[in-house]
Design a protein around this ligand. Sequence first.
Ligand SMILES: Cc1cc2nc3c(=O)[nH]c(=O)nc-3n(C[C@H](O)[C@H](O)[C@H](O)COP(=O)(O)O)c2cc1C
Length: 355
Amino acid sequence: MSKLFSPLSLRAITFRNRIFVSPMCQYSSEDGLPTDWHLVHLGSRAVGGAGLVMVEASAVTPEGRISPADSGFWSDTHAHAFGRITAFIRAQGAVAGIQLAHAGRKGSTKVPWEGEGAVSAGQGGWTPSAPSAIPFAPGYLEPREMAEAQIESVAQKFAEAAERAAAAGFQVVELHMAHGYLLHEFLSPLSNRRTDRFGGSLENRMRFPLLVAEKVRRAWPSGLPLFVRLSVSDWVEGGWDVGQSIALCHALKALGVDLVDASSGGLVHDARIPAGPGYQVPFAEAIRRETDMPTAAVGLITEPAQAEQIIANQQADAVMMAREFLRDPYWPQRAAKTLGAQAPWPKQYERGRVK
Ligand SMILES: Cc1cc2nc3c(=O)[nH]c(=O)nc-3n(C[C@H](O)[C@H](O)[C@H](O)COP(=O)(O)O)c2cc1C
């Protein structure tokens, strides 16, 4: 019996299998609104048999986008526009999720296919916000240090977005606390040099991300799971690390967070990351072991046997996959064949079923 294809239940939601589509920016939104591209891209992966289809990082304020073409979730118009996408994903038997995000100092940058670096105000950009006025890397804008009132306001925007996500038909919200974006910037001592109650000690650096988690958990229906994506390590001496992540996870668990999605990196532009097959799986395993929280493993998981082993060995409760799903929306079908399991398959495609 395949463990990868066994259902997973969190709160009132049951995922049909443990193969999750990792959030992936498509840089194809207009004023933050999804387009037909999103319906087809996300819909195809739901048709392909994934247990969860997660919408890309979607900004809770316009300045919280990475590029001007990013997805947004700061108004009811945005929520309404996602309604037909969540309906389609759910009609295929997949769970619809959305990652809520704020880009912090990595905001106002070009879309990847237009090169690297900042977008100026004249080109539709903005001055990014951050815990401290330290740019991410050469070529990035100097961010404005956030005042306490702005910190409280952004936490409130996350809560409002979560409320909207429920109205739009989403069944999972993931808070983006990873990859060098705003909430991660508050956690890491390398990007947070504040001397007020939001900086300095671990407790102070965790204060804003925990405030966001607390407000969102209150705004998000109690029957629906809340995920958090963490960069478990900055991969730099003196940065955010596994020990601090475990401390944070204990606090997140107490606030009602249901699953930790364990990624890494993104805060230090020239960090040396030993990337290789499954290189972040030990992070998911450590958090699961130390906190007893369900976790998702992510990063260079591409092979059915590899994914099966991660679940069977209880290193994680689910696998998130990104680039492999860009190559093959039907990966769950292929994996099911390899593992001798049954994957969901739409009745319209019955004559082409992988046998
Ligand atoms: C095109 C693309 C866009 C991405 N956008 C996001 C995003 O919106 N949020 C996020 O947390 N990670 C994002 N990531 C990272 C992936 O979710 C994933 O963590 C990473 O690619 C490693 O997994 P993989 O080896 O299966 O690709 C993105 C990755 C790619 C390739």
